[in-house]
Design a protein around this ligand. Structure first.
Ligand SMILES: C[S@@+](CC[C@H](N)C(=O)[O-])C[C@H]1O[C@@H](n2cnc3c(N)ncnc32)[C@H](O)[C@@H]1O
Length: 433
């Protein structure tokens, strides 16, 4: 393949059928690697916009085809998707979009169909755009939960945020924050005392001071769990507080815990992710005890003061950064993940000291992975209680109940959108019998 739009269609087809994320799909696409940086940027632009507008584009296709497209026609379906996205939402010359799509579709003997449909879209562009513009591009498995749990306004605000280019948050080591003019060096803006927000462009490894190990990538939302832990133990010497970081890789929260000087054990099931954790630790010049294995079969003679349970989840909170999530139906994996989250939380019970804490968090905005997990746990474990979250830290998001914070991507307190996150802190009651 040599045509850029054809390569884009193939990559989108791979995301639909095989891979979770754009990076994996392009990583394995030889044609993509032969392109120059301009063409690569063009592919990213059209694919990400197509993913973000998936719901609206699908509505256009449904209205214009007589019979739904078959699974075997996925490539042509995606060719239509990227072409409609360019016609309706990107300021690109229509004739070149249509002519190229027709050329590409000839191999599949679909040129008449593609030509007719795309010309129809061009002719009625303004009416079509008007008819779909208020359709939120949020898949049903997230949409229905948002509607019943957070309401239509939040759903629409999230849908609007998802259309915007996300920023990149960089967590700077605290003792380096004031040593350099990071605003100038990284061309960003401090959004908390140690997190700077920059434009998400170019390779991360090429950013200044990457190899010096002074900063790492971590969204501001995901820095909050460890900040709550710091606040809980602010009267205790950090080196005497033992923390088990469960699901530790690639390591953002482990690094924060190490930065503060806690006694950290980092547990992770995935070997591939442990390799990334080790690379990061090496670069940052940090050291932690790593345990490779499944938390559900983890045994320890030692009880911990705190367990940070960053549980595997649908990642529905990351839809602005990872619009690939918008095209997947995760309703089945959601069910499995809920079971896993429940089991992991239950497993934590036997590993903490009396009076110790569990900080449960997920990068999901789905209530079944957040508030409902905690409510279910508390019903079954009467010797646990939610504890009040430090108000100085819970400035983002909304406190659902005492001890539970939900950050949704549309949160306006910081410009540019946020990663969605759910955080809860519970304590094992000391004197319970
Ligand atoms: C949300 S990610 C963690 C992100 C990480 N805490 C950070 O801050 O960079 C969840 C992690 O849990 C790991 N995981 C999933 N199931 C696990 C299990 N049964 N035992 C240990 N780790 C598990 C996944 O491999 C994944 O790395």
């Amino acid at each position: 393949m040599s045509n850029t739009r054809e390569i884009a269609t193939q990559i989108l087809t791979d995301i639909y059928s095989k891979f979770e994320f754009f990076e994996t799909a392009v990583g394995l696409n030889k044609d993509y690697h032969r392109l120059d940086s301009r063409d690569k940027a063009f592919i990213k632009l059209i694919i990400f916009n197509t993913l973000r507008r998936n719901g609206q584009i699908q509505r256009v296709i449904n209205n214009l085809v007589k019979k739904p497209l078959k699974r075997k026609d996925l490539f042509i379906h995606n060719l239509l998707r990227i072409s409609i996205c360019q016609i309706l939402f990107l300021d690109i010359k229509e004739y070149s979009i249509v002519n190229t799509a027709v050329e590409i579709s000839k191999v599949y003997k679909k040129e008449k169909f593609v030509n007719g449909l795309l010309r129809n879209v061009c002719r009625n562009k303004f009416d079509i755009r008007k008819s779909i513009i208020n359709e939120p591009n949020i898949p049903n498995w997230i949409r229905n939960d948002l509607l019943s749990f957070s309401g239509k306004k939040t759903l629409m605000n999230i849908a609007e945020t998802v259309l915007k280019e996300p920023f990149l948050d960089i967590k700077i080591k605290r003792d380096h924050c004031k040593k350099k003019d990071w605003v100038k060096i990284l061309k960003g803006k401090f959004i908390s005392h140690d997190v700077i927000r920059v434009k998400n462009e170019g390779p991360i490894e090429k950013k200044p001071y990457f190899n010096k190990g002074i900063w790492w990538i971590q969204s501001i939302s995901s820095t909050l769990p460890v900040r709550f832990i710091e606040s809980i133990f602010n009267e205790t010497k950090s080196s005497e507080v033992s923390i088990l970081d469960v699901g530790a890789a690639p390591g953002g929260k482990t690094f924060q815990l190490l930065e503060k000087g806690f006694k950290v054990t980092s547990l992770e099931i995935s070997d591939r992710r442990i390799r990334r954790l080790k690379e990061n630790l090496n670069r940052l010049n940090y050291n932690t005890k790593i345990i490779s294995g499944d938390f559900l079969s983890f045994r320890s003679n030692e009880l911990f003061d705190c367990i940070l349970l960053d549980a595997p989840c649908t990642a529905s909170g990351l839809i602005q950064k990872k619009p690939e999530i918008l095209i997947k139906d995760k309703s089945q994996s959601l069910k499995k993940l809920i079971q896993k989250q429940k089991k992991m939380l239950h497993k934590s019970v036997g590993l903490i000291k009396q009076g110790g804490y569990i900080l449960y968090c997920v990068c999901s905005i789905h209530s079944n992975e957040g508030i409902k997990i905690i409510e279910n746990f508390l019903k079954k474990n009467k010797n646990f209680e939610l504890i009040e979250l430090d108000k100085k830290i819970s400035t983002l998001g909304k406190t659902l109940k005492k001890g539970m914070l939900l950050i949704t991507p549309d949160d306006r307190k910081i410009q540019g959108g946020l990663d969605g996150f759910f955080i809860a802190v519970i304590r094992k009651i000391k004197s319970y019998d």
